[in-house]
Design a protein around this ligand. Structure first.
Ligand code: GLU
Length: 325
């Protein structure tokens, strides 16, 4: 805060000085030569991040813990993780605020909305009987696992693929959506899918499975990492990257914000989404799985799809849950 105030004072002084001094004798800079700024922390990858396949023991990350019965809202069993959340008075949910359709801040209302957020609201409803009893914490792709490990959040619902590598550090619910990685390009690019990305700059967020899939792809794209998906869109628009590659859900939201872009090529990965939950809170995993099961059966999953994802095509059946116990 202190330095911001100081900063404002300094720049006001600089403006004043500029206004009082005679016009500097500089030659005009042609506008075309002014480089567009890069998003903060954008960087070209020099070595590929590990893919989950190469660094974690094999497992079936889509198999979660069998749900128990669903207690009545407002009556969470004594001693449970849910009772602690109930006593606190709000569910703390890690979400995104930059991914239109999945987790984004509605500029008109200021509210955070989207398909992932709809999942979090259903879980709050099941605990409190009120979907609004949520505190959102905005997380980047990279923040998600660490936020759960630190216990900063009760859960993460943020386009998060269940992987064996992540499962070593956190728990996952059953799969609530099946996405897949594709490619977004400018309509005039001539690129028609991932195979056209050899030697091209391709943007994805740090800490995402998408970045690893780009960096490890046999056609050898040049992976560029940024904090948020919207940073990738800005870089594409400024001509600093040739493509963005991530889940079709996220790309649909980016394409909807820029009619000069299009999603191309087939899915080249499968990205099953789970709700991330801290290790140890197995009771909460079972509770969330019971909520997801109810949503699969009572039409609320389909209506969340309808509200947010119908640009991806007619609603598929919700993913069938799988359990390991
Ligand atoms: N689903 C991918 C992941 O969990 C990419 C999405 C993201 O990072 O937001 O890493």
């Amino acid at each position: 805060m202190r330095s911001r105030v100081l900063g404002a004072g300094v720049s006001a002084f600089a403006l004043l000085a500029a206004a009082c001094s005679p016009a500097p004798n500089t030659s005009a800079v042609p506008v075309g030569s002014v480089g567009a700024p890069m998003p903060a922390e954008a960087s070209e990858l020099t070595s590929a991040p590990s893919s989950s396949a190469s660094s974690a023991p094999s497992c079936d990350p889509t198999a979660s813990l069998r749900p128990g019965g669903l207690p009545a809202a407002g009556q969470m069993p004594a001693g449970s993780t849910m009772a602690e959340i109930q006593a606190r008075g709000r569910l703390i949910a890690g979400v995104d605020q930059n991914t239109y359709l999945m987790g984004f801040r509605n500029p008109f209302s200021g509210e955070i909305e989207g398909f992932d957020v709809a999942m979090a609201r259903e879980i709050a409803e099941a605990i409190f009987g009120d979907p609004n009893k949520i505190q959102y914490k905005v997380l980047t792709s990279e923040d998600r696992v660490a936020a759960l490990e630190r216990g900063d959040v009760d859960l993460v619902v943020r386009t998060m693929t269940v992987t064996c590598e992540r499962l070593e550090k956190i728990n996952f619910s059953s799969v609530y959506y099946e996405a897949g990685q594709r490619v977004l390009v400018n309509r005039t690019s001539g690129i028609s899918g991932v195979d056209g990305l050899g030697g091209k700059k391709v943007c994805a967020t740090k800490g995402s499975t998408s970045l690893a899939a780009v960096a490890n792809h046999p056609v050898k794209p040049v992976a560029v990492s940024v904090p948020d998906w919207t940073d990738c869109l800005v870089m594409l628009q400024q001509g600093q990257v040739d493509a963005i590659s991530t889940d079709d859900t996220i790309l649909a939201g980016l394409a909807a914000q820029d009619p000069y872009t299009e999603v191309v090529g087939a899915r080249f990965t499968t990205e099953p989404y789970g709700v991330g939950i801290p290790k140890g809170n197995e009771d909460f995993v079972r509770f969330v799985n019971a909520v997801l099961n109810r949503m699969r059966g009572d039409g609320s999953w389909a209506s969340a799809y309808q509200d947010w994802l119908n640009t991806l095509g007619p609603a598929p059946a919700p993913p069938a849950p799988r359990y390991r116990d």
